[in-house]
Design a protein around this ligand. Structure first.
Ligand code: NAD
Ligand code: UDP
Ligand code: UDP
Length: 322
């Protein structure tokens, strides 16, 4: 590990790229609670200062506007690389920038880790499995990904970032950690990011039609944000020889119809369901095999979908009221 000034004083200086986003803001909060020095770097494309507003008075937090596709010279001991738009609507808005963010961003952050000898964690994704032929998906499955479709900027960008992480590990002996995150939800999701949980909740609370894409029989497995952040931090702090990739997600698998019905019930909404075309390359099913995370990290999710949805509905109710 590095031995720069802040580590000699006892606490680590931790860089979080994409720290003003949904997951990044929760991670920032947890690390500050643990007494760490946190540097958030974000270009505010999908994240916002609002997500960090309640933390900005904390003297251990520094926030810097910066795009990770450009080099970054700072002194840190750990790097969580989260910068990348995550919802299909946002990552397809400027697909070339999405690939640059994943690939150039990874190269720059790995270069930074190489110079500072910082441990670096990559927020990878279940999208590396594409539209999977193996169910549930273990880490050993190589995936079925379209290299030229509208989701490819994200899927292939994230796959290439994993390649870079493993080559920096083999070639430069970096301390890497790769987590493959499955669909995660909770407070501070962007209300307009088009992801299914935020869409359905906002539609339900506003009395608008709930938009089911396709026949609603496709499945996803939803992990509550607190469970996800606990696993990510545990992976960062795990022994150096466990580098992943490791799946993090909640194996509970639901159809989009079942999700819509749960949200209608929990929000007391009378919204109607309407059916719209399924987007191209939309995966039919997805469920993490989390045996590796259980064995190596002693982790498994604790929050049931119903409880997590209640928290998320309460968040959006308050957000929409202001
Ligand atoms: P988000 O869009 O809320 O957060 C991404 C953050 O990255 C935002 O604050 C955004 O402004 C920032 N960003 C984007 N491009 C940047 C750039 N070039 N330079 C600097 N900052 C940039 O998304 P999220 O849900 O918090 O996702 C965080 C990470 O986790 C992403 O890497 C995503 O791919 C990964 N992930 C998330 C999920 C999920 O379900 N939420 C699932 C799998 C993987
Ligand atoms: N880099 C950075 N911060 C650093 C060190 C490197 O942003 O502190 C960037 C730099 O722009 C470089 C990239 O990381 O292009 C990869 O660095 P590496 O040392 O692996 O490669 P090289 O400098 O030899 O191209
Ligand atoms: N979806 C839907 N209605 C919406 C938004 C999404 O039926 O308003 C579907 C989408 O087609 C996909 C699933 O919900 O099958 C999850 O979509 P999301 O964009 O949240 O995540 P991803 O497809 O990246 O897993």
């Amino acid at each position: 590990m590095a031995s720069n000034a802040s580590s000699q004083l006892g606490n680590k200086k931790i860089l979080i790229t994409g720290g003003a986003g949904f997951l990044g803001s929760h991670l920032t909060e947890r690390l500050l609670e643990r007494g760490e020095e946190v540097l958030v770097v974000d270009n505010f494309f999908t994240g916002s200062k609002q997500n960090l507003a309640h933390l900005l008075g904390n003297p251990h937090l520094e926030v810097m506007r910066h795009d990770v596709t450009f080099p970054l010279y700072v002194e840190v001991n750990q790097i969580y690389n989260l910068a990348c738009p995550a919802s299909p609507v946002h990552y397809q808005h400027d697909p070339v920038q999405t690939t640059k963010t994943s690939v150039h961003g990874a190269i720059n952050m790995l270069g930074l880790a190489k110079r500072t000898r910082a441990r670096i964690l990559q927020a990878s994704t279940s999208e590396v499995y594409g539209d999977p032929e193996v169910h549930p998906q273990p880490e050993s499955y190589w995936g079925k990904v379209n290299p030229i479709g509208i989701r490819s900027c994200y899927d292939e960008g994230k796959r290439c970032a994993e390649t870079l992480f493993f080559d920096y590990y083999r070639q430069h002996a970096l301390e890497i950690k790769v987590v493959r995150i499955f669909n995660t939800y909770g407070p501070r999701m962007h209300p307009n990011d088009g992801r299914v949980v935020s869409n359905f909740i906002v539609q339900a609370l506003q009395g608008k039609d709930i938009t089911i894409y396709g026949d609603g029989q496709q499945t996803r497995s939803f992990c509550y944000v607190d469970d996800l952040i606990a696993a990510m931090m545990s992976m960062m702090d795990a022994p150096a020889d466990f580098i992943g990739p490791v799946n993090i997600g909640n194996p509970g698998e639901f159809t989009m119809l079942a999700l819509a019905e749960a949200i209608l019930k929990l929000s007391g909404s009378k919204s109607k369901l309407v059916f719209e075309p399924l987007p191209a390359d939309d995966p039919k099913q997805r469920q993490p095999d989390i045996a590796l995370a259980k064995a190596k990290l002693g982790w498994q999710p604790k929050v049931a979908l119903e409880d997590g949805l209640k928290e998320t509905i309460a968040y959006f109710r308050q957000l929409l009221a202001t």
